[in-house]
Design a protein around this ligand. Sequence first.
Ligand SMILES: [Zn+2]
Length: 671
Amino acid sequence: MNKDVIPSVKNSLISERFQYSNIEKILNEDIQEVEVETTAVSDEVEEDIDFSNLKFNWSITAEQVYALKDRVIEYIKTIDNQVLATPDEECSFDTTVGLYGKMDNEIQVALRNIDFLQDVSPIKEIRDASTESSQEFDEFNLERWKNKKIFEKIEKARENHANGLFLPLKHEEDKKLLEDYYEAYRKSGLDLPEEDIKKLKEYQKKLNDATTEYNRALVEDTTTHIFTKSELEGVSEDFLEGCEKTVKDGEEAYVILMDYPSRDAIYEYAIKEETRKTMMEVYTKRFASNVDQLKEATNLRLKIANLFGYPTHSSYVLKDKMAQNQTNVLEFLEDLKVKLQPLAKKEIQTLLDLKKNITTELNQPYDGVLNKWDYSYYSRILLEKEYSINQEEIQEYFPIDEVTKEMFALYEEILSIKCIEVEDKNVWHPDVRHIDVYDKETNNYIGVIYLDLYPRDGKYNHYASFSLVCGYEKEDGSRVHSIGAMVCNFTKPTPSKPSLLIHDEVVTYFHELGHLIHQLLSETKWAEYNGLNVEQDFVEAPSQMLENWCWEPEILKRLSHHYKDVSKRLPDDLIERLIKTKTYHSGISNLYQILYGFIDMSIHSIKTINEIDDYNKLWDDLQREIVTIENVKDSYPLGNFNHLVGGYDAGYYGYLWSQSYSADMYFSEFK
Ligand SMILES: [Zn+2]
C-alpha cells in the first residue's frame, strides 16, 4: 500500500452480528506471567461465567482462549433455547430481540478477549488460538443466522406488538433493534429455497476461511532484508541505531524490517536508487498467495450476492450506503480523477526535473522516468528545497510523549473531558498505555483508551482503532463504558532518542484518537448502535474533520515541544512553511486513493466468476491510467490491502466520500 492510505477503523460489527461487554475496573494481572493459569477468565472458565461482569484478561493462555470460545458458544445456545421455548403468544421485544440485545452487550468482553489477540498478542501460540477460535466462532454464528425457528419467533414478536397483544415500543433504539434483527435474519437467506441456503452456508464458510488466511499471512510475515552500510547511504543514523546489526559481504550491515517506519526511512532517504528499488521490490513482492485468497473472496461474494438476486457484490453492498449504487461511486471517483490529473501531471514533472538535476550533478545516468521508488525520495528532497521543510528538523519538535499529552489536553478542552493515564499491568504488551476518560463537569466516568503505539513481530501492521467494548445501558439504568484501543506502528524510541513523529504521523495520531473519542462519547442504549457503528461512508468524517486542527498555527504551537528542551516550540517561520505544504502533492496522493477506490469497485463489480482474470494486471493497468506512475513489476499490492478483507469491500471509496462531509463540517463549524 502507498503510505498515504488513510488509517482504517476496524469495525467489529462487520464480520459478525455479535457485539462486545462491560469493564469498570481492570484487573491487575501481570502480563509477564503468561504461563500462570489462575487468572480471572480462567477461573471463570472452569466455573459458570457471569458474562455481564467479565473483565478482560490479557494474560490469557492459548488453552483458555479456546475454552472461553466454547463457553461463549454454550451461553449463546442457552439464550437461543430460551427464545425458542417461548410460546408464540408470549413473543415480544423483551422475550426475543431484547434478550439478544442484552446478550450482545454482555458477551463483548469475552469476544474481544478471544479475537483481538490475533492482531496484538506478542505470543504466536496465542495469536493462532485467537485466529482459530474467532474463525470457529464466526462459523457457529453464521449458522445461527440461518435458524428459521428463531426468525419465526422474532416475526411473531413483531406481529404481537403490531396487533396490540403487547404495547408499541417507545424507545427509538428498541424499535430499530427489532427491525434490524428482523431484516438481518431475512437477509441471511431464510427466504431462500433449501438448496440455496445450503450453498450460502458453504460460500460464507469459504469466504471466512479466505479472509482469515489473508490476515494471518499479513500478521505472520517476518520478511527482512539485509543492506550494507554503504547501500544505506543517506538513511539516518538514528534509524539505523534501532536496527539489528549484522555483516554482509564482509561489510557492516543492518537487518531491515518491513514495517512502516523502516520502509519510509529507506524510500525517503536512501540515496542509491538501487537500494530504494530493492526495498520496494522486497516489500511489494510479498503476499502473492493473498491475491489468490482475495480473488477467491470476490468470487464468493459475487455468488452470495447472486443468491440474493443482486447482479454484483457492489450493488448488494451499496444499496444501504449513502452512495446508493456503483454508478454514483464511479462517477464520483471519475470526476475527482479528471480534476486531479492535470495537477498530478505538474507534480510529476517537477519531480522529474529535480531527478534530472540531481542525477546529472552526481554524474549518474538519467532515465527520464519517475519510478515508483523515486517518488518518496524526490518528494522529500523537493519539500526540503522548495518549502525548506526538513522532516528530521520538524520531527525533533514532536516527541511522542509530549504530543500525546498535548493531544489529550486539546481534546479535554474542546470536548470538556478529563483524561488520566493510569498504570495498568493487565495489558497485552508492556508498551500498552491505559488512559481513563471522565466528564470534566460531572466527573462521570466515560471509558478507557488504550494506546499500543510501536511495531513488533506479529502485530497488526497498519494504523487502526479497535472497539473493544461499545458502551451501553444496563437494565438498572447505569452505563457500561466504552473501551477502545489504538493500534499503531510509529517509530520505536531508541536508547538515545524518544520516538519522534513527522508531521504526517501527528496527523494520523490525531485522526485515530478522533475515532476513539467519537466512540467513547457516544451514549446509546444498545452496544449495537454505539460509537463507530455508523454508516461506513460517514464513519471517517469526524476524524477527517479533526485532522484539520493539525494544520492550524496555534495548535501546531501547542503540540510541539523540542525533545531536548520541551519549552522550545515549533518556530513561527517553520509553522508557516509547514502549513504551505498542506496541499503538497495532493494531486498524486489523492490519485492513489482514487486508484484504490477503483480497484475495490472493479473487483467487487464482477458479474461472472473470474471475470477479471489477472488481478495483478488490473492493478498495473489502473495505476498506469490513473496515477500515471508504473507499478513495480511482478508485485502484489492487492496481497497487502487488508481493507478489502476487513470490511471495506466495495467501501474503500468511503474515505474520499466522507472527506467531502468532513470539509463541510469543519468549515461550517470551526471557520
Ligand atoms: Zn479513520
